[in-house]
Design a protein around this ligand. Structure first.
Ligand code: PGA
Length: 254
């Protein structure tokens, strides 16, 4: 039984005032449901405030990135241990925006994934193909390469609790969602990759879908057998829509 997870990736959005309003609305509006998990990932500087606002609620806290290194002369970086120190439990790793806009290569993503695990946090590893790659029928090859890079550094047996997010780049922020069938096919492929390494772990691995998830399409996506929740960008900034998405994850456990 995998517990569905909905994680909100706020990206470069928010302010003290806006975050306070959003988090208060989520805390009061999200049904208490032990059957699914909710996480929000605000920008770094707002994490301590968010931890205080979420205190006592069942909504968890995550960060959008972490350094590959643990300490030292790395100006501007934030370590996974620091994130744990301010109350984070989850860290998004290898988001396609970081890969495409900030030059994060597969190896860097793998090092970040290992650093997050070493700090006792849960990495949400993002993988996914561009539109060009999909049109060239390279979806599986790209996703496999992205996974193998991390598996080369951290063996499947050490992924206990880690989360994978399949996020087709062409569906992120575009309003163009993968159909439930398209997403399910890639999720099944990802689970199959793990199954060849560690069948038990593959059965437990939570695989989220990300890319224009909304209240209106979440239930159909989460209803697929290998989709265990969502990584939500734009809609996570709208309390009402995010609550609808979280409700769609209730009872979709497989
Ligand atoms: P989106 O973003 O929901 O706005 O498409 C998803 C993501 O980038 O994680």
């Amino acid at each position: 039984m995998r517990r569905p997870l909905v994680a909100g990736n706020w990206k470069l959005n928010g302010s003290r005032a806006a975050n306070g309003a959003l988090l208060r609305a989520l805390v009061s509006g999200c049904r208490d449901d032990a059957g699914r998990e909710i996480v929000v990932c605000p920008p770094f500087v707002y994490l301590p405030d968010a931890a205080a606002l979420l205190g006592g609620s069942t909504i968890g806290l995550g960060a959008q990135d972490a350094a590959a290194e643990s300490a030292g002369a790395f100006t501007g970086e934030i370590s996974a241990a620091m994130l744990a120190d301010v109350g984070c439990r989850y860290v998004i790793v290898g988001h396609s925006e970081r890969r495409a806009l900030y030059g994060e290569c597969d190896d860097m993503v793998a090092r970040k994934f290992a650093a997050v695990l070493a700090a006792g946090l849960v990495p949400i590893l993002c993988v996914g193909e561009t539109l060009e790659e999909r049109e060239r029928d390279q979806t599986e090859a790209v996703v496999e390469r992205q996974l193998r890079a991390v598996l080369g550094r951290v063996a499947a047996s050490a992924w206990q609790g880690a989360v994978v997010a399949y996020e087709p780049v062409w569906a992120i922020g575009t309003g163009r969602t993968a159909t439930p069938q398209q997403a399910q096919a890639v999720h099944a492929f990802i689970r199959g990759q793990f199954a060849t390494l560690d069948a038990r772990m593959a059965g437990q691995l939570r695989i989220l879908y990300g890319g224009s998830v909304k209240g209106a399409n979440a239930a159909a996506l989460f209803g697929m057998p290998d989709i265990d929740g969502g990584l939500v960008g734009g809609a996570s900034l709208d309390a009402q829509d995010f609550i609808l998405i979280c409700d769609a994850a209730s009872g979709s456990a497989t």
